[in-house]
Design a protein around this ligand. Structure first.
Ligand code: ADP
Length: 404
C-alpha cells in the first residue's frame, strides 16, 4: 500500500511517501519539506529516492498551495515517483494532541475532525495546522482515506495517579487539565524495537525510553504500556530542553510576570522559546554548538549539560522506583542517537545497580545498537526513532480494516 505520511506544522509540511509491502518491509519512495508557508520566500525541498533532488524558493501563501506543490511533484514526469494521484492509497497525519479522546489512531471522519478541533485549545500551535493539512489533502485527493495518528495516544494507558495534578478536581472536569505527554509515537516505536533488539519479552518488561531532541521526554513503559512520562498537559513540562524550561516551581511564573510586566502570552513565549539550553547558556539551543563552547571552556554551556544530564538521571531514577526495576534503557532522537558522552555519563550513574556499559559499542553506533555488556543487569540501547514508519503502519492497518 502506498501511504503518504504528513506532518504539518504552523508554517511547514514535512512528508514521506512510503510503499508499505508489509508492517515491517517498506520502501521510501520520496520525502520532502515545505517551509516558510505564508512568507514571500517559501521553500520547497523534494528528494525522490534514486532521482535528482528538487529545490525551489517561491511564495507559498497557505497549506493548500503547499500541499498542491507536494502532490504535483510526486507525479511530475522525470522527478515524480508515481504515475498518478490514484496510486496514493492512504494518507496518515501526525497529530500532536488528541487529549483523552483518542487512545489509538483513527480513520478521519466528521467526528474525528471535531475532536481534533476541540483539542486545538491544548495545542494551539500544532492542531490548527494539522486541520489545515487534512483539509488541503481532501481538496486534492477527495476519495483517499486519511488517518490521524496522535502523539498523545500511547500515553493514554497512564494511571490517574500519574496523570492527575494536585489542582482542584473541577479543573480536570471543566477544562480537561491533566498530563497527556508527547512524543508517544516515538516512545512506542523505540520501546518495541528496543525490546526486540535486546531479546526482551515486551509483555513482561520494564523499559525506560529517553527521547532526547530539541524537545525531550522520558517514559516508563511497563509491559508495553506507558506508566508515566515526563511531559505534561503540554510539551513544556519535564526536563530542560533546547528552548523550553521544563518543569519549574509554578510560583516563578506570576513572579516573573509581575517583575517584568509580561502578559500571559509573553510569559508562555519566554518559557517555550527563550529558556532551556538557550536561556541558561545565553548562546545556543543546539547541542552541537554547546559542545563546541564547552571545548572552549564556556562554563554556562557546561552547566547546561550538567542540568540536562541530572534531569535525565533523576527521571530514570524515579521511573526505576515506580516500576521497581528496569530491564532496558533506550536512547533516541537527535541527542539520544548522537551524543555518546551523554549516554555514557547517564549510564555510568546506574553502575551501582549492575548496569555494565559497553564503552566501545557506545562510540561505534551503527543504526540500532546495544551499548551494554552481555552480562549487564540493565540493558542499554540506541534506537533510531522512526515516527513516519509508525504512522504509515497504523494508516495501512486502519485503512485495510475499514475496507474489509
Ligand atoms: P527535534 O525535536 O527538532 O526533532 P532532533 O531530534 O532533531 O530535534 O534533535 C536536535 C538536537 O540533536 C540538537 O541539539 C542537535 O545538536 C542534536 N543533533 C542532531 N543531529 C546530531 C548529530 N549528527 N550529531 C550531534 N548532535 C546532533
Amino acid at each position: 500500500m502506498i501511504v503518504l505520511v504528513i506532518n504539518c506544522g504552523s508554517s511547514s509540511i514535512k512528508y514521506q511517501l512510503l510503499d508499505m509491502k508489509s508492517e515491517d518491509a517498506y520502501e521510501l519512495l520520496a520525502k520532502g519539506i515545505v517551509e516558510k508557508i505564508g512568507l514571500p520566500d517559501g521553500h520547497f525541498k523534494y528528494t525522490p529516492t534514486g532521482k535528482d533532488k528538487v529545490e525551489m524558493t517561491l511564495p507559498i501563501p497557505d497549506h493548500k498551495v503547499g500541499m498542491q506543490i507536494v502532490l504535483e511533484e510526486l507525479v511530475k514526469p522525470g522527478t515524480g515517483v508515481l504515475e498518478s494521484f490514484d496510486d496514493i492509497e492512504a494518507v496518515g497525519h501526525r497529530i500532536v494532541q488528541g487529549a483523552d479522546y483518542f487512545s489509538g489512531s483513527a480513520l478521519i471522519d466528521e467526528d474525528v475532525l471535531k475532536k481534533i478541533e476541540i483539542c486545538c485549545d491544548f495545542a494551539p500551535l500544532h492542531n490548527p495546522a494539522h486541520l489545515l493539512g487534512i483539509s488541503a489533502v481532501s481538496n486534492v485527493l477527495p476519495d483517499v482515506p486519511q488517518v490521524a495518528v496522535f502523539d498523545t495516544a500511547f500515553h493514554q494507558t497512564m494511571p490517574a495517579f500519574n496523570y492527575m495534578y494536585g489542582l482542584p478536581y473541577k479543573y480536570y472536569e471543566q477544562y480537561h487539565i491533566r498530563k497527556y505527554g508527547a512524543h508517544g509515537t516515538s516512545h512506542q516505536y523505540v520501546s518495541q524495537k528496543g525490546a526486540e533488539l535486546a531479546g526482551i519479552d515486551l509483555e513482561n518488561s520494564k523499559i525506560i525510553t529517553c527521547h532526547l531532541g530539541n524537545g525531550s521526554s522520558i517514559s516508563a513503559v511497563q509491559n508495553g504500556k506507558v506508566l508515566d512520562t515526563s511531559m505534561g498537559f503540554t510539551p513544556l513540562a519535564g526536563m530542560i530542553m533546547g528552548t523550553r524550561c521544563g518543569s519549574i516551581d509554578p510560583n516563578i511564573v506570576p513572579y516573573i510576570m509581575k517583575k517584568e510586566g509580561l502578559s500571559p502570552d509573553e510569559m508562555t513565549a519566554l518559557m517555550n522559546k527563550k529558556s532551556g539550553f538557550l536561556g541558561v547558556s545565553g548562546s545556543s539551543s543546539d547541542v552541537r554548538d554547546l559542545n563546541a563552547r564547552v571545548e572552549q571552556g564556556d562554563q554556562r554551556a557546561k552547566l547546561v549539560f550538567k542540568i540536562f544530564t541530572y534531569d535525565i538521571i533523576k527521571l530514570i531514577g524515579s521511573y526505576i522506583a515506580e516500576m521497581q526495576g528496569v530491564d532496558l534503557i533506550v536512547f533516541t532522537a537527535g541527542i539520544g542517537e548522537n551524543n555518546a558522552r551523554l549516554r555514557r555519563r547517564v549510564s555510568e550513574n546506574f553502575a551501582y545497580m549492575g548496569l555494565k556499559f559497553d564503552y566501545d559499542a557506545n562510540v561505534a553506533i551503527d543504526g540500532d545498537t546495544i551499548i551494554s555488556l552481555p552480562d549487564s543487569k540493565i540493558k542499554v540501547a540506541v534506537i533510531c526513532t522512526n515516527e513516519e514508519l509508525m504512522i504509515a503502519r497504523d494508516t495501512m492497518r486502519i485503512v485495510q480494516n475499514a475496507q474489509e
